[in-house]
Design a protein around this ligand. Structure first.
Ligand SMILES: O=C(O)CCC(=O)C(=O)O
Length: 251
């Protein structure tokens, strides 16, 4: 599907939109089955930096899978097919490059918080024109760590980021204040709801405080075709991150 004129306007003004019921229950069930297949069949063939665990000695604590579309045809088709890509094109009002498909979980009790950040800080683009789609696979609320956005923050430039110490979100906004927290919109979601945010929109999430509920989601990243990537800088960053996580015994 493509975005309506109202949705494009809301995305441009607010920096995010919420599309309830973007996938139906059957489509959510298929996505979950495919993630499970990927976990069983594909992760064992991948480098350690492609899957992160809260505790790497316990596979049940899986928290993130990266670049799924580069490793598997089902997820490659999700990114290039009619489901998500036309929506990205219409929201960015441009041709797009399908960049990354990820799985995010916050396992019950132990899922850590997502530090406040702007995705564009990691993307290293000029202009910083990109978006992330976040597809809920569970019921998501305050207790299990819903996404919180600062409306309009995408129009106020890049904040300074520094090391966060969080596996999977290594960079965070260092001077995030109570003034920022007060502006947050906490987004509750049902399985199949789709959140879409601009690469400059500030967002974060609390840890999962539920002792029984997972907080699973898919993340799909599209860059505007006009955005130039500083590939050398991205490569250097990725390399140093892998070295650091390996040295810290996190992957
Ligand atoms: O899943 C989360 O907690 C945050 C995901 C996120 O930061 C993103 O998709 O850009």
């Amino acid at each position: 599907m493509t975005a309506t004129a109202e949705q494009v306007q809301e995305f441009q003004q607010t920096g995010f939109i919420v599309l309830p019921g973007f996938l139906c229950a059957t489509q959510v069930a298929e996505m979950l089955e495919q993630v499970q297949r990927f976990v069983t069949d594909v992760i064992p063939t991948l480098a350690p930096e492609e899957a992160f665990y809260e505790d790497k000695s316990d596979l049940a604590t899986l928290k993130q899978i990266h670049r799924m579309c580069e490793h598997d045809s089902f997820f490659a088709k999700q990114m290039s097919g009619e489901r998500f890509r036309p929506l990205a094109e219409s929201l960015l009002q441009s041709d797009v490059v399908a960049k990354n498909m990820q799985y995010f979980n916050k396992p019950p009790s132990i899922g850590k918080s997502t530090p406040p950040h702007q995705d564009g800080y990691y993307f290293m683009l000029d202009p910083n024109e990109a978006l992330t789609m976040w597809l809920a696979l569970d019921h998501v609320d305050e207790e299990n760590g819903c996404v919180r956005y600062i409306p309009g923050s995408h129009l106020r430039g890049m904040r300074s980021h520094g090391k966060s110490g969080t596996l999977g979100f290594s960079q965070g906004i260092q001077d995030y204040s109570s003034e920022d927290t007060q502006q947050e919109a906490a987004i509750h979601a049902e399985p199949g709801d789709l959140l879409v945010h601009h690469s400059m929109t500030i967002h974060r999430a609390n840890g999962n405080q539920s002792n029984s509920r997972h907080r699973r989601a898919m993340g799909m990243v599209y860059y505007s075709a006009q955005a130039k990537v500083d590939s050398a800088q991205v490569e250097r960053y990725q390399q140093s991150l892998v070295e650091e996580l390996t040295a810290d015994n996190k992957i």
